[in-house]
Write a protein that binds this ligand. Structure first.
Ligand SMILES: *Cc1c(COP(=O)(O)O)cnc(C)c1O
Length: 411
């Protein structure tokens, strides 16, 4: 296969990304500095267009066509999950998970506050209550030792988020879930191809949600998948995804007509999107390698800053294999971060920070509650800066970024 980078592959220039990731914020994009190095620049190749053309010419562009089936098979084969249901976003997959988990008004779901809004919203839409706990200072993942104190008689599920494609402590989390009879719904939006003790991330909980948003490692513009690991959820998952009907069974010839049997909605992507996604999945090794090379370059280059106590670099536990989704630095304080982002911006380098913690956000206060100290969440969300990273980024661009960071931070 020939890989031909296309220059316009990811248009996260300017305002678009702020809309896409609402509790993520880019550096003052309102003014007119030219962006030379965008925050997110992912590679597409001729293969995406080739498959999209094929899907168009087939005359079959709605959901669950041949490309959707191939994406499903690819994910099932790679992860070993019982079923991979392709959706139009990770948000949609999380909403399906909330319905599957039978979340009723007042039911509680324990999750980190340091996450994207969709982790919480999916449950709030069903009347559920997000119960926020703090994160670990090393991986920025949910602190598994905070979970038990947050369990009440209303707790239904735990929603760990694998931040930056580094797995949460799933052995501990699954043990707690088993003891208290809770479901585990993994927000694996950032974690495709990551591993925990050699197991694919997204296959340890009862179900997990992946994202193929433009900003993720593997993308289809918008896109997602719900991986089902608990086979007892399989039949209902198909029904929820097909507007509450048993149409999937009908299409397989298992029924002679299909009908409305449960609640549901439309969670299928068009086969045009699946065509885009299949091309990306098939090249995933190459795309992840390109990202990983930049991640490793940054990591080595910034060792000198960490040695001098000026920043903290990402920490990857030995039993976790990450996927290079995010490169971040933790700087001393909010002032340093603001000044560093301005310095980068003046050089045409786009950087971002996240997350505005959910527990203290207006909707978080209204719909959820926090348990225990949020010390790490609050501090790290003030001090974390994300550097440009994407499969279309060149080493030369990475060098420009690291030079600008070093010249600002080194005394
Ligand atoms: C990107 C992301 C989502 C949302 O993904 P979409 O596909 O845009 O709906 C949810 N959770 C986390 C942690 C994410 O990073």
């Amino acid at each position: 296969m020939v890989y031909v980078p296309s220059e316009h592959s990811s248009s996260t220039y300017g305002k678009g990304m702020e809309n896409a990731l609402s509790n993520t914020t880019t550096a003052g994009l309102s003014t007119e500095t030219k962006i030379n190095i965008p925050f997110n620049h992912n590679l597409t190749t001729n293969q995406e267009l080739e498959y999209i053309r094929e899907a168009l010419l087939s005359g079959r562009t709605s959901g669950d066509g041949s490309f959707t089936k191939k994406c499903k098979a690819w994910l099932e084969q790679q992860t070993g999950c019982a079923s991979a249901l392709i959706t139009h976003s990770c948000t949609a997959a999380l909403e399906m998970a909330a319905i599957l988990a039978n979340i009723q008004p007042g039911d509680e779901v324990i999750m980190p506050s340091y996450t994207f809004v969709s982790t919480a919203n999916a449950f709030v839409l069903r009347g559920g209550v997000p119960v926020f706990v703090d994160i670990r200072p090393d991986t920025l993942n949910i602190d598994e030792t905070c979970i038990e104190a947050a369990i009440t008689s209303r707790t239904k599920a735990i929603a760990p988020v694998h931040y930056a494609g580094v797995s949460c402590e799933m052995n501990a989390i699954m043990a707690i879930a088993q003891e208290h009879d809770l479901l585990v719904i993994e927000d694996a939006a950032q974690a495709i191809s990551a591993q925990y003790h050699g197991k694919p991330v997204g296959t340890m909980g009862h179900m997990s949600a992946l994202s193929f948003h433009e900003t993720k490692n593997i993308m289809s513009g918008e896109g997602g998948a719900l991986l089902i690991n608990d086979r007892t959820l399989l039949e209902r998952a198909e029904i929820i995804r097909e507007k509450g009907t048993n149409r999937s069974k009908f299409f397989r010839g298992e029924l002679d007509k299909y009908t409305w049997v449960d609640v549901g909605s439309s969670y299928l992507p068009s086969d045009l999107i699946a065509a885009f996604l299949l091309a990306q999945l098939e090249q995933s090794e190459y795309l992840l390698k390109r990202r990983g090379d930049i991640w490793n370059y940054y990591h080595e280059t910034f060792a000198v800053l960490e040695a001098q106590g000026l920043v903290r670099r990402p920490q990857i536990p030995a039993h976790c294999q990450h996927n290079g989704h995010i490169y971040y630095l933790i700087v001393q304080d909010l002032e340093t971060r603001t000044a560093l982002m301005a310095h980068l911006k003046a050089k045409g380098i786009q950087s971002t920070f996240h997350y505005v913690p959910l527990h203290s956000a207006p909707a978080g206060l209204k719909y959820g509650r926090a348990v225990g100290s949020m010390e790490h969440t609050d501090r790290l969300s003030d001090c974390l800066i994300r550097l440009p990273l994407g499969s279309a980024m060149s080493m030369q661009e990475a060098t420009q970024v690291s030079t600008a960071v070093l010249e600002f931070l080194l005394p």
